[in-house]
Design a protein around this ligand. Structure first.
Ligand SMILES: CC(C)(COP(=O)(O)OP(=O)(O)OC[C@H]1O[C@@H](n2cnc3c(N)ncnc32)[C@H](O)[C@@H]1OP(=O)(O)O)[C@@H](O)C(=O)NCCC(=O)NCCS
Length: 154
């Protein structure tokens, strides 16, 4: 059975292996994942089956704007198509919404049909299209989900 749980420090090397497998040269180096863990562990979840990590999602909150971000999402190629990407995204979204973020943002490649299907079905809409978000030949859609709740200090 698959469980979705908070990431722990012991998971970082396994997450890095999946990251490298999925994103290759574009993956976060191990040291970046380690430091992201330090600043984002409240928004870092993994999917685990038979004590093997098979997916993860990572986010964060920009405190002064109360804006949440989904920064990375990945499911091992052998475990795709079983709703894990959606479950991981929904888990992070629930945590971000609990923090009273006014909106949640993410970027995705315009050809990434399976990721876009997840995001659209849970309320994200395309906000801006960038031709070179990460430099030349790296187009991305900036997608946003506006939340009903308002931050406690407004
Ligand atoms: C995007 C990703 C996380 C989806 O993970 P997953 O566990 O396979 O996703 P789910 O099983 O929850 O399926 C999500 C949707 O994608 C659809 N889908 C799955 N495989 C697909 C494919 N090969 N082509 C098109 N759609 C596909 C599913 O049908 C589902 O949509 P539906 O519920 O409307 O039918 C996974 O493909 C992945 O890790 N990709 C590489 C990393 C990546 O792109 N991350 C997102 C960056 S923004």
């Amino acid at each position: 059975m698959v469980s979705i749980r908070k990431a722990t420090l012991e998971d970082i090397e396994s997450i890095h292996l999946i990251e490298t497998l999925i994103f290759n040269k574009g993956s976060y180096p191990l040291f970046v994942l380690r430091q992201l863990y330090d600043i984002s562990q409240d928004y870092f979840y993994v999917a685990e089956e038979h004590q093997q990590l098979i997916g993860y999602v990572l986010g964060n909150v920009v405190k002064n704007t109360n804006q949440g971000w989904i920064l990375s999402l990945g499911v091992h190629p052998d475990a795709r198509g079983k709703n894990l990407g959606r479950q991981l995204t929904e888990q992070l979204l629930e945590t971000l919404e609990h923090e009273l973020s006014t909106e949640i943002c993410l970027t995705v490649h315009p050809d990434n049909t399976s990721a876009i299907r997840i995001y659209e079905s849970i309320g994200f809409i395309n906000s801006t299209t960038y031709d070179a978000y990460y430099g030349a030949n790296e187009p991305r859609l900036l997608m946003k989900k506006t939340l009903m709740s308002q931050p406690f200090n407004t």
